[in-house]
Design a protein around this ligand. Structure first.
Ligand code: ZN
Length: 192
């Protein structure tokens, strides 16, 4: 997996798709050797075209699971919100991102993550695009949103620093190959 992490960003879209598919299916196989309901050994589905494991004891069927995460480019007029996260190495500034919680819509997750990490409210949430992210089995769903209210304040735990930047004055941002960079590049193209 460490190897895939090193090479993933530089892959073509087709290579990313195939590498993600294989990594995510492998992760799912490892996690589903035994039934999560009754503990019996799982078996592949009788129909080989069906991507599933079935429990011969209780009948539970497990399909590959992909975990959704949202990532949002927030603008305030002609400025973009960037933040430094404790998870990132070095001094890379990036967008607000986080996993979707149980019971949430994607828009709910966008609003909650921004409220938690940056202490502000947003409006005009619009879909940007998505990217498979096999670390281990995620899909990143990108949105744009406009600042609505509140005073920007990093949460001090996940986010150590945050700020509004204009496109001529960006700090170090994620390198090409991530959806964060694609979203920033698209914004710069429109804003500069
Ligand atoms: Zn079972």
């Amino acid at each position: 997996m460490a190897n895939l992490r090193d090479t993933f960003r530089d892959m073509s879209p087709a290579e990313k798709r195939e590498a993600s598919r294989l990594a995510e299916l492998e992760e799912w196989r490892i996690d589903n050797r035994f039934c999560g309901r009754c503990g019996a050994m799982m078996k592949p589905h009788d129909n080989p075209a069906e991507q599933a494991f079935v429990c011969p004891s209780c009948g539970y069927t497990s399909y590959p699971k992909i975990t959704p995460a949202v990532i949002t480019l927030v603008t305030k007029g002609d400025k973009v919100l960037l933040q430094r996260n404790t998870h990132y190495k070095g001094v890379v500034w990036s967008l607000v991102a986080g996993f979707v919680d149980a019971g949430e819509s994607l828009e709910d997750a966008v609003r909650r993550e921004i409220r938690e990490e940056a202490s502000i409210e947003v409006k005009d949430i619009r879909y940007f695009g998505s990217q498979t992210w096999p670390f281990p089995s995620n899909i990143m769903i990108g949105f744009r949103a406009e600042y609505d209210s509140g005073e920007l304040k990093p949460d001090g735990e996940e986010v150590i620093e945050s700020g509004w930047f204009d496109c001529g004055n960006l700090p170090e941002i994620p390198r090409p190959g991530s959806i964060a960079r694609a979203m920033l590049d698209a914004w710069v193209k429109g804003a500069c």
